[in-house]
Design a protein around this ligand. Structure first.
Ligand SMILES: [Fe+2]
Length: 311
């Protein structure tokens, strides 16, 4: 079917403007996905009188060997000289990424650290429709693609002394502050074994932290109920494709978009000191799927959390 010439003359400029706008937005989104940003947040979570600690939260690097700009940026994080690193998973996106990641994090691997894995530490990424970042979770899980070398990744971290919190509890002393951790394997793949880590958080520790890749409500609820002071997670990419001035449209899990990134309480309407209430820090992460390297109004980020004494 062909349009009458007069109609075509009227529509063509509109189509041209639309195509140019789409191309411009795509170019912008590809640019923003490379604007790595350090966000700084203070969390009053230490007992009164304790020295503040610098805690670097890394998440969702989705690193490939070709992402040299991201690797350079990661190398610079060592200069922050954090006291503790918390890595909430989705580190790699290529079977040859582990040596590159190890080299990029070289200045951080001698710092005390803890980690959990996400689905993108286990399975290779696949081509996906970028529009999925505008839509609720479609329930599809990417578990039929080749495995990534997660054992090598785990060995890299554990040989550096980082604690593997995969469905595990553990403790760590940093300076004069004792930490009690509980972590779960990726809730997005339903690998979390909450019963393995359930129970009251160590009342003798100075700080109690729950760690997970994907901030599903069942995990947040349990950690908060068990008395963890703060919960640290990633996975959401902050919504990745956000509306300027409004924020995330989706979190790719059952957390509401208003808490897609940043520091909040859990439950959302609770306050410090309420029983069963915890801080929740969600990182927007540093990467994306290598097949959809776009971000809009949601810079890729690492976060330097200052753990400060409570009032
Ligand atoms: Fe991710």
């Amino acid at each position: 079917m062909s349009l009458p010439r007069d109609t075509w003359r009227a529509v063509a400029p509109i189509l041209g403007v639309g195509t140019a706008a789409a191309a411009g937005l795509t170019a912008y989104a590809a640019w923003e996905a490379r604007q790595y940003t350090l966000r700084r947040v203070t969390v009053q979570v230490l007992p009164p009188g304790h020295r503040s600690l610098r805690v670097l939260h890394l998440s969702d690097l989705h690193l490939t060997p070709g992402q040299t700009r991201k690797q350079d940026w990661l190398r610079g994080l060592g200069a922050l000289r954090p006291d503790l690193v918390i890595n909430t998973g989705d580190n790699i996106a290529h079977r040859e990424s582990v040596p590159v990641l190890r080299e990029s994090l070289d200045g951080l691997l001698d710092v005390p650290g803890v980690f959990v894995f996400g689905s993108n530490d286990y399975y290779s990424p696949t081509v996906r429709n970028p529009m999925r970042y505008l839509l609720p979770d479609d329930g599809q899980r990417n578990t039929h693609t080749p495995h990534l070398p997660w054992q090598d990744l785990r060995d890299t971290f554990t040989e550096a002394g980082w604690l593997d919190l995969t469905n595990a509890r553990d403790t760590l002393k940093v300076e004069d502050t004792s930490f009690a951790f509980a972590g779960v394997d990726d809730p997005h793949l339903e690998l979390d074994r909450l019963s393995d880590v359930a129970g009251p958080a160590d009342p003798d520790a100075d700080v109690r932290l729950g760690v997970a890749h994907a901030p599903y409500l069942r995990v947040l609820d349990q950690f908060a109920r068990d008395g963890y002071d703060a919960i640290v997670a990633g996975h959401t990419h902050g919504g990745q494709v956000c509306l300027p001035g409004r924020g995330a449209l989706t979190t790719n899990c059952d957390l509401e978009p208003a808490r897609a990134k940043g520091l909040h309480r859990h439950p959302a309407d609770s306050r410090p000191g309420d029983p069963g209430s915890a801080w929740l820090h969600v990182s927007a992460g540093l990467g994306t799927s290598p097949y959809a390297r776009i971000r809009v109004a949601c810079r890729p980020e690492a976060t330097l959390l200052t753990f400060a004494p409570r009032d």
